[in-house]
Design a binder for this molecule. Structure first.
Ligand code: PMP
Ligand code: GLN
Length: 387
């Protein structure tokens, strides 16, 4: 007797989603032997001490499940850091949870609070995981553009987008992809707008330690009216040059953390143990993250000086490890076509900004990542000099 062998047809939950632009451009860069300034990750290694302390944890036998919320020494270290830098105390036991990177922190926050039909405001351009996360939660995405040209938040537009169904707003400073940074006045304005509402904030602060020109990162944790309604999300990947380790965290008031943890325990349950112990030990010295702005600002300046000799128009890079350029003096093709051509023919990969907009808005701007060895940046600049 033969049985019919068949794979059932699916109705996709994410009809508008393909493979992420980061994966597409990294694959093309590898295929063409291009310098990959597309996907955001360092091409240099982390501090060997960090490897040692993680290896030590493994050798000490710290290899079984940690507590669901993360190892306590790491939550303690995070609480101390947030308090020292942003002036708010989060209770490690009830208000800090270790996650599998910021990506999981964000989707888990959204799944925990967004009910079917709830509206969530995103400020476009925005990181590509936010909207699919809202869709998976059954929420409705409300897209508010950052001001074209400057990428500053437009608070009148944000206020106008608020309805009785608004459940949350996702903010991200320092901002990927525009490399802009919110000021204290911006945060106060947001605090003011939300004051009389029940709107939650998901604050993606993964680039908190890369703010340049002596500016300070403005965490929602520093603003009591925001902190009381916020999930503060960060990631060790950016801070310690270990994007592949995928460990991050969420700090949020106990009532929010309780709901977060209900979802977290069935999302991932726990995050790998020895890396958490290693990070906790490494964090006892604040110098590595305090030194990060100087470290990256030098790379930013090296890259910008090289680009100044090209036809690209440089946009400001106030924070993150990205540099956006306007290429309209070089070509009039679309951003995506330009990135493909730049990768294939010039040998440098970049990311089109249109990938961060729901409607593919094209403003002839692409994003380069300068978290690279000086040699890598110089090779890329030599190639870009041909333009
Ligand atoms: N948010 C933003 C703005 C990012 O750039 C990234 C980096 N990929 C993430 C979230 C995700 O961070 P992680 O790798 O820790 O998941
Ligand atoms: N955050 C990085 C970027 O924006 C990497 C993202 C990814 O690979 N998903 O390039």
């Amino acid at each position: 007797m033969s049985i019919e062998v068949r794979t059932p047809t699916l109705i996709t939950k994410l009809p508008d989603v393909g493979t992420t632009i980061f994966t597409v451009m990294s694959a093309l860069a590898a295929e063409k032997g291009a310098v990959n300034l597309g996907q955001g990750f360092p091409d240099f290694d982390c501090d060997p001490l960090l490897i040692d302390v993680v290896a030590d944890a493994m050798k000490q036998g710290l290899n079984q499940y940690p507590p669901m919320t993360g190892v306590l020494v790491l939550r303690d270290a995070i609480a101390l850091k947030i308090e020292a830098l942003y002036g708010r105390h989060y209770e490690p036991a009830s208000e800090i949870t270790i996650t599998a990177g910021a990506t999981q922190a964000i989707i888990t926050s959204i799944l925990a609070v967004v009910h079917a039909g709830d509206e969530v405001i995103v400020l476009e351009p925005c990181y590509d995981s936010y909207v699919p996360n809202i869709v998976l939660a059954g929420g409705v995405t409300v897209r508010v553009p950052l001001t074209p040209g400057t990428f500053r938040p437009d608070f009148d537009k944000i206020s106008a987008a608020i309805t009785t169904k608004t459940r949350a707003i996702i903010v991200n400073s320092p901002h990927n992809p525009s490399a802009t940074v919110w000021t204290k006045a911006d945060m106060l304005r947001l605090q003011d707008i939300l004051a009389t509402t029940d709107i939650l904030v998901i604050s993606d602060e993964v680039y908190e330690h890369t703010v340049y020109e002596g500016q300070q990162h403005q965490s929602v944790a520093s603003f009591p009216g925001l902190a009381a309604r916020s999930f503060v999300v960060s990631s060790f990947g950016k801070t310690y040059h270990v994007t592949g380790w995928k460990v991050g965290y969420v700090a949020a008031p106990a009532a929010l953390s309780t709901e977060f943890r209900k979802v977290h325990q069935f999302n991932v349950f726990t995050v790998n143990t020895p890396v958490q112990y290693g990070l906790a030990s490494y964090m006892t010295n604040p110098q590595p993250y305090l030194d990060l702005p100087v470290f990256y600002q030098r790379k930013r300046d090296l890259f910008r000086e090289g680009l100044a000799h090209t036809k690209f128009k440089l946009l400001p890079s106030e924070g993150t490890y990205f540099q956006c350029v306007d290429f309209s003096a070089v070509s009039d093709v679309s951003e995506t076509e330009f990135c493909k051509w730049l990768t294939s023919d010039i040998g440098v990969a970049a990311i089109p900004l249109s990938a961060f907009y729901g409607n593919g808005f094209d403003q002839r701007v692409v994003r380069f990542c300068f978290a690279k060895k000086d040699g890598t940046l110089k090779t890329a600049l030599e190639r870009l000099a041909k333009l």
